[in-house]
Design a protein around this ligand. Structure first.
Ligand SMILES: NC(=O)c1ccc[n+]([C@@H]2O[C@H](COP(=O)([O-])OP(=O)(O)OC[C@H]3O[C@@H](n4cnc5c(N)ncnc54)[C@H](OP(=O)(O)O)[C@@H]3O)[C@@H](O)[C@H]2O)c1
Length: 332
């Protein structure tokens, strides 16, 4: 397993991150514990969660992912070996975690100072830990002044509750503005951005709701500012190896879901991906992950897996070394 440093921070993480949207959503913790055990056996350390995971599973509710991860770390006594990433600030209905509970109105989370401090404390309780390694804003909030948001993060970092901060679903210029404010005030800066990013490029004209895709501009900005890209849902729900779900983007309504990645260069990129994958004897999904890890600077793929076999394949992909000529073909 390769390891990378996030941005210009001191936070070292495995070059692959395991998605936690499914943690704690089943009747017992056993499937979550099993997957986390396997991920760690294969060298993974970097685990992703969020305060709102997984509100849409009515038998589990928001907070179930952090709670299950917390129970696993406690049961295994391995908190110091895990890099815990979690998020706050994405509006979501307030299911209280029972099948009988109907959703109330959308909860306005936002990025206000008090909200950051309060949500951080709640996440720490669920995770049964005294600190979060990487704390993300889950979505932008343009109604709260950037100064206020950065002041909230300054408190949670200064008090030792959070090691490093990051954003998700943010435009490059908003990260630039935020980090400029942080520099002026000597506050902590964002060291990573978690964006929806894959090998295919997004089609113009899609309403992405709160979930923003990556872009060349974001990549260029991150390279120049030393902000690490963490690419969520890189496998398009397995679509690269399943033609019937090629453009799968789970949270978008139809028809945007189907056409989100069917852009003008999609066929050409897919043909190149398939030809390089065949040449080196890996699956298309594995090559997408390997391409990210072999990029300069490396992009950290944040994937899900629904079986041990998928997890093993994804972890093996992280160690694939691509030749410069293969990278050039994939990038062209
Ligand atoms: N920041 C945000 O707003 C945001 C949004 C979404 C997700 N996320 C994070 O990203 C994580 C991953 O998201 P995701 O589950 O959508 O990611 P994904 O990796 O694109 O999709 C995972 C699915 O792909 C299939 N798959 C996995 N490995 C495979 C392989 N080797 N070959 C073929 N198919 C494979 C499986 O589908 P089947 O089960 O059908 O086989 C698996 O459930 C989440 O858990 C969450 O932590 C963040």
């Amino acid at each position: 397993m390769k390891y990378v440093t996030l941005g210009d921070s001191d936070l070292r993480v495995s070059a692959a991150c395991l998605g936690g949207a499914g943690f704690g959503t089943q009747a017992t913790d056993e499937p979550t514990f099993h997957q986390l055990d396997k991920f760690f056996e294969l060298g993974g350390t970097f685990v992703d969660s969020a305060n709102m995971y997984s509100w849409w599973v009515k038998t589990a509710g928001a907070g179930c992912s952090e709670s299950s991860l917390g129970r696993w770390m406690k049961a295994r006594g391995n908190r110091d070996k895990v890099v815990v990433a979690t998020k706050m600030g994405m509006p979501h209905p307030a299911f209280a975690g029972s099948a009988m509970n109907a959703p109330t109105a959308a909860v306005e989370k936002g990025l206000r100072r008090a909200q950051i401090i309060e949500e951080c404390d709640k996440s720490l309780r669920r995770l049964q830990t005294d600190h979060i390694d990487l704390y993300y804003t889950h979505a932008d909030d343009r109604t709260t002044p950037i100064e206020e948001t950065m002041a909230g993060f300054e408190v949670v970092v200064r008090t030792g509750k959070v090691r490093q901060i990051a954003v998700s679903n943010f435009a490059a210029w908003r990260i630039a503005q935020s980090n400029a404010v942080a520099r002026t005030r000597a506050f902590p800066r964002y060291v990573a951005v978690q964006q929806h990013q894959t090998y295919l490029r997004p089609n113009p004209g899609i309403d992405w709701l709160h979930n923003l895709p990556g872009s060349e501009e974001l990549t260029d900005f991150c390279k120049s500012e030393r902000v690490t890209i963490v690419a969520y849902s890189p496998l398009l729900m397995g679509g690269y190896d399943r033609p019937e779900r090629r453009w799968g983007v789970g949270w978008l309504p139809s028809p945007d879901r189907e056409r989100a990645y069917g852009g003008p260069d999609a066929d050409a990129r897919l043909a190149t991906l398939e030809s390089v994958a065949k040449e080196i004897g890996v699956t298309n999904s594995q090559l997408v992950l390997a391409w990210m890890v072999n990029s300069t600077p490396p992009v950290v793929p944040l994937f899900g897996a629904s079986s041990d076999a998928q997890l093993a394949m994804n972890m093996a992909a992280i160690d694939i070394k691509l030749m410069p000529e293969q990278m050039a073909r994939l990038n062209k």
